[in-house]
Design a protein around this ligand. Sequence first.
Ligand code: SF4
Ligand code: SF4
Length: 201
Amino acid sequence: NKDGSKREGTLQMAKGGDHRMIGTPFFIPTDVPCYMCDDIPCVPVCPSGALDEMSVTGEKGELDINQARMGLAVVHKESCIAFWGIQCDACYRACPLMDEAITLEYQKNERTGKHAFLLPIVQSDVCTGCGLCEKACVTEEPAIFVLPVEQATGKAGDHYVKGWDKKDQLRAGDRKLDEIETKTERSEQEASDYLNTEVEY
Ligand code: SF4
Ligand code: SF4
């Protein structure tokens, strides 16, 4: 610390009763978050290789903590006071990737007509999961918290294509947008025509 005192370490090694696989490294953001040190000193000393150096190594072989994906921050809208309309940007200001991992989105308060919301929005492709936002959150229990990436994300499925997104359109193949058939031909039969089919009397 700047005052010369020793800061408590971030990482702990899971032991029995921690509800994690014994021996895996973990941290609790509300106790000590990851401070995203540039030289990532925890990685080279990791005895098991659980902290993967390649995952935080850039194209030129440099260490880059911004590539870490320790988890993903999620905002619980119902308890975040910014979503109530009360001004708060503590998480946004605590984020080492301010305006990249958390952005503030302006929204008009339609109910009052004269107030605004400034909403914290986590950008999932940038957030490292460091937990500094969770530590900084002002609510009684953090309204923003880090979850394992697989628990914090869903998956729409490859069969959904954003027709307005050129890159996504390519995923659908070489066809041009107006060639993609989205209509199903309407049946000429009545619903009753289907009833009792395959039933033998
Ligand atoms: S965990 Fe929070 S503070 Fe850390 S990068 Fe993600 S949004 Fe920013
Ligand atoms: S610090 Fe907490 S309450 Fe404030 S904007 Fe961020 S998530 Fe919402």
